[in-house]
Design a protein around this ligand. Structure first.
Ligand code: ADE
Length: 243
């Protein structure tokens, strides 16, 4: 998979994308992420990429042409048109389900806005969808783009040791994840749940599923309403109703 990021702050993106799991995945060739400086695509002799808004008002607007030229340069390097996402607080709020869908695409082009906004005409021309990372406003689309690359990247083949690393975790199956424990077996007088020390894999699986259900019910009851539950799950939830 290849992800292209169009931004005015490529160094900010590179700094994050060179570290940790995504940095290693890039180095190993599991995922290709290319950051482009939109400023490199302006034809303005002063390297300008923004101008005042028509109709007046505060702030500056990112101009259409440098963004479009950047997009065209990226398209020229790809065998097909990329799926174009504009990071914006007006977009659909990102969920794990959306991230799974994006992780199955070959080419993504992420457009990061700044200042007061982006000239609407280039959005109309190239953007397939707008995505928000939550109902709050940031200074630009870079942090949201990095969030997107992080969550997509970790689901690409070869990035995590095995698929269960993400198929069992919070949100993937519509439930929150069960609690984790490691050595020592007793810490500050607190013991690790006995079942986890039993070596009985079937019992451990049942316990983990029940803990997932319990946590989701207590912390995110809204998620439980939408989760796919088995008869066994429902029976367990019924049995703990009063607890
Ligand atoms: N740009 C500014 N705020 C944003 C948000 N919440 N999500 C995505 N892009 C943004």
């Amino acid at each position: 998979m290849r992800i292209d990021i169009a931004t005015l702050f490529p160094d900010m993106c590179e700094a994050v994308l060179s570290e940790s799991i995504i940095g290693r995945a890039r180095a190993a060739g599991h995922i290709e992420v290319v950051c482009h400086n939109i400023r490199d695509y302006t034809l303005n002799k002063h390297n300008r990429v923004d101008d005042t808004p028509y109709g007046g008002g505060m702030g500056m607007v990112m101009q259409a042409d440098p963004i479009f030229r950047c997009y065209e340069a990226v398209c020229a390097q790809l065998p097909e048109k990329p799926h174009v996402i504009y990071l914006s607080p007006q977009g659909r709020v990102l969920t794990q389900k959306m991230a799974v869908e994006y992780s199955q695409k070959e080419h993504l082009f992420l457009l990061c806005g700044h200042y007061e906004g982006v000239d609407e005409r280039v959005l109309e021309e190239i953007v397939d969808e707008e995505v928000s990372i939550g109902d709050y406003v940031l200074t630009g689309g870079e942090l949201p783009a990095l969030v997107l690359v992080d969550t997509i990247g970790r689901m690409c083949e070869g990035v995590l040791p095995d698929e269960s690393a993400f198929t069992e975790e919070s949100h993937y199956n519509g439930l929150l994840e069960y609690p984790h424990y490691s050595r020592p077996a007793v810490w500050h007088d607190k013991e690790v749940p006995e079942v986890l020390l039993s070596g009985h894999h079937a019992n451990i699986e049942v316990w983990r599923r029940q803990q997932s259900l319990l946590r989701t019910r207590n912390k995110r009851p809204d998620m439980l309403e939408k989760a796919e539950l088995t008869q066994k799950d429902l029976a367990f939830l019924e049995s703990i109703k009063e607890k």
